[in-house]
Design a protein around this ligand. Structure first.
Ligand code: BG6
Length: 286
């Protein structure tokens, strides 16, 4: 493997598998590209800002310490922006752990004053990105270095690239309770496979550790979660994609689907001077 870093990005390039590499933008520690055999696996909007002026629209933005918009009922995170601050900060490159793994770090000292005062805890995040022949593994360690407990959500907001979202089937969700954010309702999934024919924004709770995504009848991705509780499935469809200034080309909602592994329906409570770890492996099956 080769690891190349400049001021803005780190790239891990596979030494044997041709044209297999991952690129991580230091802003947000956002994976912005993952190629297997030269084929891009992730969607990245062509209008996405990569200069640190706003969160990246695509790749794998990191959601921490809250998921979704601020809510009055959770006073600890009510002052934070939607999806928290991890995707809005420049992370430190901690270095290479082995020849295919790089770690990034974030603590309060890397946040703007506004963000650190909105969530005034002493914490550190250690984010590990590891490239395999056909998989990408991401792991997060959350350390509470404070004298009091804190609560957090965490989510790997993965924008998968697909040929045709109307031909996608996500398997493994049957029987799970989910929050339907489009209809503002809670339901139980009755179908063997989730198909996408309109806007979808759902939080599946207590999701199994393995899910698969088929594209046009072919197995395309396998997601394996480690110590994560939930899976969010999101596609904005035409109207919402049209309203997002950083979503381009507008028709590309047909070529993406977010399958997001995380801990979002509930907060994880982390006691003082303790740590928590969770992660996800995504395997490209074609
Ligand atoms: C998803 C949420 O995870 O992220 C959606 O479930 C949200 O409700 C989407 O619209 C995108 O969020 P943002 O802040 O990146 O526009």
């Amino acid at each position: 493997m080769t690891v190349l870093s400049d001021e803005s990005c780190t790239r891990i390039i596979h030494s044997i598998k041709k044209e297999t590499e991952v690129t991580i933008l230091h802003y947000g520690a956002t994976v912005i590209s993952w190629k297997v055999n030269g084929v891009e696996q992730l969607f990245l909007s062509s209008a996405s800002k990569l200069d640190g002026s706003r969160a990246v629209r695509g790749g794998i933005p990191l959601v921490f310490p809250r998921f979704g918009p601020p809510r009055e009922e959770h006073s600890e995170t009510v002052k934070l922006p939607q999806h928290g601050f991890a995707r809005l900060a420049f992370w430190e490159v901690l270095g290479q752990c082995d020849d295919h793994t790089v770690q990034f770090g974030l603590g309060p000292e890397y946040l703007t004053k506004d963000l650190s005062s909105a969530w005034p805890y002493n914490f550190s995040l250690i984010y590990t990105v590891s490239l395999g022949e056909t998989h990408l593994r991401v792991d997060m360690e959350v350390r509470n270095a404070d004298t009091k407990p804190f609560e957090f959500n965490l989510l790997f907001h993965t924008y998968c690239r697909v040929d045709d979202v109307t031909k996608v089937a996500i398997k493994g969700l049957k029987g799970l309770k989910y929050i339907d954010k489009v209809r503002d309702d809670t339901k139980v999934e009755s179908d063997d496979q989730l198909r996408v024919e309109t806007e979808v924004d759902r939080v599946y709770m207590s999701a199994p550790s393995t899910l698969t995504l088929e594209d046009n009848g072919q197995a395309r991705f396998r997601f394996c979660a480690n110590n994560m509780a939930d899976t969010v499935v999101w596609n904005p469809w035409s109207t919402k994609a049209g309203a997002m200034s950083d979503f381009e080309p507008k028709e590309a909602y047909k070529n993406m689907i977010c399958v997001e592994t995380g801990y979002v329906a509930q907060f994880v409570k982390l006691n003082a001077h303790t740590a928590w770890k969770g992660g996800m492996t995504i395997e490209a099956l074609q």
